[in-house]
Design a protein around this ligand. Structure first.
Ligand SMILES: *Cc1c(COP(=O)(O)O)cnc(C)c1O
Length: 496
């Protein structure tokens, strides 16, 4: 198989192997690693439909991670997608209210971040062996709520690694927060910040490329890496479930092999939906990629106008994992649609940095027709939760409800008859109060944990084992810092 290499979107420095890109997390020039070409998966769909999730994952991964052997990938996939998922299907597809829902929340932390993070430590371990790295890997993570816990779960207790997570103290759900601050493992640190996800992500990206800090780490035998979707090792495993969803829809008669299937994706940092775009470029018959935003609708405005403008009010919503104004992975899409010009991408990112906005050319805009942007207000999100619950007895989490609502509006507006998969990114049990309140205002005075039992009664879906009794677990991480103190905190933890 031809060797696939990775470039930085900002183009300074050497191309690297997949293993090197996965270990680095981000390129030294501040850009993101992208595969030089997106490989085609040419196996007939009917043949792929015979594979289970793990076998399919190996087929997809081996096209991108060409410096890993098939045997290595098989091993990594077998330990990642095991009984830590509460169903052997790993990612079930269910049909309700005219849509299919791809449930990506059956992993150990009840959010889609598990799909990639369950695998990442094994990929990193193998990557370290390949590159002859004998340093401790420090995973620096900014989270809007779900990445933090998924990364902690994945890296806690993993030899040769430390993990440090920064989350917005006021910007995550009570269940998300409790999941993180009760995390055991003496290689874990969890810190609340007085700021939002964008503050955390920007600081972390700066630290990851801070030469002085990197040199100080080097002396102590440590290197930084990232568990955020800026790491290409996060992105590639996410491609698998788009193929998986298509194949399951084919099997249940929802789509005929080769015909288009739309995907509606609740979007924040643009990592999930970008994986869908990569799947399409690999040859999967994807129709529209419906990029759904909450009230922080910087992306839906971008797809409508070609202007990305982060200088706007920031809202805390019931879908906190999408409360983001700087969508990092859009940089990878820009690279793809501007003719892979690192000069152009660097220019746009500089404008974003200095002016808070940029506008793309008409030519670039023409290459974005795979995407449809849309947004849902809080009211529309709650209505979607209530409607689906009343019609089908199926409970959506607020993120999934944003996507469902945006798809409904898209269908009404265009009259589209193309079947759709709504990518379901979290279990409603992570957002108990908002979800229950959406169904019935009488729950407005309830508390998240107290409402677990009510939710169980309403849905017949048992409270997931991983959050049962969560409220009474000891809080092990109490630290809170200002965004300007993030570097100090990191130095302190690492003894620099
Ligand atoms: C992270 C997350 C999203 C947003 O995904 P991106 O890849 O950042 O666009 C949506 N929903 C949930 C529940 C998430 O955890």
């Amino acid at each position: 198989m031809a060797r696939l290499i990775y470039h930085s979107t900002r183009g300074v420095g050497q191309a690297v192997t997949a293993a090197e890109a996965i270990l680095a997390g981000i390129a030294a020039d501040g850009g993101l690693y992208v595969p030089e070409n997106i490989p085609l998966l040419t196996t007939p769909l009917r043949e792929l439909a015979q594979l289970d999730y793990r076998e399919l994952a190996v087929r997809v991964l081996q096209l991108f991670l060409t410096d890993f052997t098939e045997e290595e990938l098989r091993q990594a996939v077998a330990v990642a997608y095991n009984s830590r998922f509460d169903t052997p299907e790993i990612a079930p597809v269910v049909e309700h209210c005219g849509a299919r829902f791809l449930e990506l929340f059956h992993g150990p932390t009840l959010a889609f971040k598990d799909m990639a993070l369950a695998l990442l430590p094994y990929l990193q371990k193998m990557a370290a062996r390949k590159t002859g790295l004998d340093k401790e890997v420090v995973i620096l993570t900014a989270t809007s709520g779900d990445t933090g816990k998924a990364a902690l779960e994945a890296f806690a207790g993993v030899e040769g690694t430390k993990i440090i997570v920064f989350f917005p103290e006021q910007g995550v759900s009570p269940v998300q927060k409790q999941q993180m601050v009760t995390q055991a493992g003496n290689n874990t640190s969890v810190i609340g910040i007085e700021g939002n996800f964008d503050d955390a992500q920007s600081s972390v990206k700066q630290l990851l490329t801070n030469k002085k800090l990197i040199d100080a780490m080097e002396e102590k035998g440590m290197i930084f890496s990232s568990a955020n979707s800026i790491n290409i090792g996060r992105l590639i495993p996410q491609i698998v479930y788009y193929w998986h969803a298509y194949l399951r829809a084919m099997e249940d008669g929802g789509v005929r092999a080769g015909e288009p299937l739309d995907f509606a994706v609740p979007t924040g940092n643009f990592g999930n939906i970008l994986a869908g775009y990569y799947a399409k470029k690999m040859g999967l018959p994807v129709g529209a990629l419906i990029c759904a935003s909450n009230e922080n609708k910087v992306l839906s405005d971008f797809f409508a106008s070609g202007v990305y403008d982060k200088e706007r009010e920031f809202y805390l919503t019931s879908s906190p994992s999408m409360d983001i104004l700087i969508s990092s992975n859009l940089e990878r899409l820009l690279w793809q649609v501007c003719g892979k010009s690192s000069v152009l991408v660097t220019g746009l990112m500089q404008q974003l940095n200095t002016l808070g906005r940029y506008q793309i050319s008409e030519a670039m805009k023409k290459n974005l027709t795979d995407f449809v942007g849309g947004h849902a207000t809080e009211e529309e999100t709650f209505q979607a939760i209530r409607r689906v619950q009343e019609t089908a007895g199926y409970l959506l989490d607020p993120h999934t409800a944003v996507a469902y609502s945006v798809w409904e509006k898209y269908r009404q507006k265009t009259g589209s008859k193309t079947p759709v998969v709504v990518v379901s990114t979290a279990s409603p049990y992570k957002f108990t109060k908002d979800v229950m309140q959406a169904v019935n205002p009488k729950y407005a005075d309830g508390e998240d944990f107290a409402l677990f039992a009510e939710m169980e009664k309403m849905t017949g879906v048992p409270v997931p084992a991983v959050v049962r009794g969560l409220e009474s677990r000891p809080v092990l991480h109490k630290r809170v810092c200002k965004k300007a103190e993030i570097q100090l905190v990191v130095e302190n933890i690492l003894g620099l």
